[in-house]
Structures are given as structure tokens and as C-alpha cells.
Design a binder for this molecule. Structure first.
Ligand SMILES: [Fe+2]
Ligand SMILES: [Fe+2]
Length: 160
């Protein structure tokens, strides 16, 4: 799938301060599914979310959409490692990702809702409450499907 040079430049601008941190870079060392790192996965979700926003003419707050999509899995451990992962990862990691993200970045209400609700409906009471959160919730599932079935590491060929 393609993403325009203009969109790539805007994504890079929105994520510059996050990507510069050691914590964001550490996501390159954690496996998300199969052979795909958490870092590759969240970048795929950023691009997919922008694509869905365009297709639906949803006119999202694009900066919050991009930052929330990047931080949605900012839990910073390898969930396959039992030592670093207490309890059920699927249920617990949105709250962990939000707590970690808030330790390092100032998040607005939209970004917080994107992170905490991205596993809905698994996390029954954490409902997406804005269009940006609905878009990331759907885009995350789409990317997980593509990444698992097609084993496609870089759905959008974006390097940041
Ligand atoms: Fe997640
Ligand atoms: Fe995810």
C-alpha cells in the first residue's frame, strides 16, 4: 500500500519528539506478531489510520490520530515473555501503554482515548469515544490481520 510523500513528511513531523526517545526506539526490539516488531506494527497502524480517515472523509484531528496511533501499543515489553508480562496481555496492555505514554509525553483527551480503547470490544467498558479512537481501533485490527496473514512487515513502506 502506498502513502504519499506529503503524508510521510507530516507523519514524521508529528512523531519527531516521540521517535527520538529511547523508549520508542526500544519498541524495535519487541516482537508484536510473528516476525514484526512493535515499532513496525505501530507505524503500520499510523499509516492505516490516515488512509481510513481519508477514505471515510472523517476529517479527524490528524495530529492526535497519528500520535495516538503510534502510542497505542507503548507498553514497552515483549508480551511473549512471561517474566515481563503479568496477567492477560490483551486485556491489560492498553492501560499499561497509556500509563507509560503519560510518563513521557503530554497527551490530549483524544490521544488518551485512542490508547485506552484500542482493544475494544475485548475491553468491554473502554469504548472509543471519538472518531479518532474508532479509526485506530479498526485500523489496529486490520493491520494485525494483514501482518499475520500476509506476513507483510512494512505494509506502507515508511521508514522513520
Ligand atoms: Fe494493542
Ligand atoms: Fe496494536
Amino acid at each position: 500500500m502506498k502513502i504519499s510523500e506529503k503524508d510521510k513528511a507530516y507523519i514524521a513531523e508529528c512523531l519527531g519528539d516521540i521517535i527520538a526517545t529511547r523508549q520508542a526506539q526500544s519498541m524495535k526490539t519487541f516482537i508484536q506478531h510473528g516476525h514484526i516488531s512493535t515499532y513496525e506494527h505501530v507505524l503500520n497502524v499510523v499509516c492505516m489510520s490516515c488512509r481510513v480517515d481519508e477514505r471515510l472523509h472523517a476529517h479527524s484531528d490528524r495530529r492526535s490520530l497519528i500520535r495516538g496511533a503510534f502510542l497505542h501499543d507503548f507498553y514497552l515489553y515483549d508480551w511473549h515473555d512471561p517474566a515481563s508480562n503479568e496477567g492477560l496481555h490483551g486485556f491489560r496492555h492498553p492501560a499499561r501503554a497509556l500509563a507509560r505514554a503519560q510518563e513521557h509525553f503530554q497527551l490530549n483527551r483524544t490521544e488518551r482515548n485512542i490508547i485506552i480503547s484500542h482493544m475494544w470490544p475485548l475491553t468491554v467498558t473502554k469504548i472509543p469515544r471519538c472518531r479518532e479512537a474508532w479509526i485506530v481501533c479498526a485500523s489496529d485490527k486490520l493491520c494485525a490481520l494483514y501482518e499475520t496473514l500476509l506476513r507483510d512487515k512494512r505494509l506502507f513502506a515508511i521508514d522513520l
